[in-house]
Write a protein that binds this ligand. Structure first.
Ligand SMILES: CC(C)(COP(=O)(O)OP(=O)(O)OC[C@H]1O[C@@H](n2cnc3c(N)ncnc32)[C@H](O)[C@@H]1OP(=O)(O)O)[C@@H](O)C(=O)NCCC(=O)NCCS
Length: 207
């Protein structure tokens, strides 16, 4: 999605930046992990395929993605040095563009269990509600992934379906007025910035 190609969302623990070609090598390295492949139900890709995937995330109108950085490390360091994961929104229903399927990955094991996943998910949800007109979120999670299921439940999602063939549960959140207020309150500390103001413009345009 082009809409967020220059957007930086700076939170307390995490900063979300657009996924560019510069992030691909580290991302590709992460996805060699069998644990991450299993937890995120992903197939390993070649480096070239990962670059293609990055371009499709940037260009396709039904996909929005951010790379999750460690805010504390980011000032003064290159993105690649402080990447910890990614967060994605898919507009899965062509009939209903207000439905977003959300995915989150804190790829760096040493960053898990420290509130990074929760804040990154909240930032993405708030961005989706404010900028993309999302009013319903879904998350599809492996049945055995208790941490992720627990996290989405903490974020007010409710289990609505179990697929025993794929061993997957679907959690859902309808963003009514009350949930919208809660979400905006949870993210009122976030600063939105321009990526090109923070990076060399050429670096961003090349991506
Ligand atoms: C699942 C994942 C995104 C959670 O992010 P995280 O940064 O580790 O989690 P957080 O520290 O933000 O914790 C959020 C909530 O998750 C739950 N949680 C976190 N770690 C947990 C653990 N070890 N056991 C049980 N619940 C846990 C808690 O409910 C926590 O809320 P609380 O801190 O208010 O109690 C992250 O662990 C991850 O990416 N793991 C590998 C890939 C993956 O499973 N992705 C999801 C695919 S659907």
């Amino acid at each position: 999605m082009k809409i967020n190609q220059n957007t930086v969302l700076q939170g307390k623990k995490v900063t979300l930046v657009p996924y560019t070609a510069a992030h691909v090598p580290r991302y590709h390295e992460w996805m060699q992990s069998e644990e991450l492949q299993r937890l995120t139900a992903s197939e390993p890709l070649s480096l070239e395929q990962e670059y293609e995937m990055q371009r499709s995330w940037r260009d396709d109108t039904d996909k929005c993605t951010f790379i999750v950085l460690d805010t504390a490390q980011w000032s003064g360091q290159e993105d690649e040095e402080c990447m910890v994961g990614d967060v994605n929104l898919f507009l899965t229903d062509t009939e209903d563009p207000t439905l977003g399927e959300i995915e989150i990955m804190i790829a760096e094991p040493s960053y898990r269990g420290r509130g990074f996943g929760k804040e990154a998910t909240l930032l993405m949800m708030s961005y989706g509600v404010r900028n993309l007109g999302i009013t319903k979120f879904e998350a599809k999670i492996g049945q055995e992934n208790e941490v992720s299921i627990c996290m989405f439940k903490k974020l007010h999602f409710q289990e609505v379906a179990v697929n025993s063939v794929f061993q997957e549960v679907t959690l859902r959140l309808d963003v009514n007025d009350q949930e919208r207020r809660w979400l905006l309150e949870q993210t009122n500390h976030v600063e939105e910035k321009s990526y090109t103001d923070l990076k060399q413009p050429a670096e961003v345009l090349e991506t």
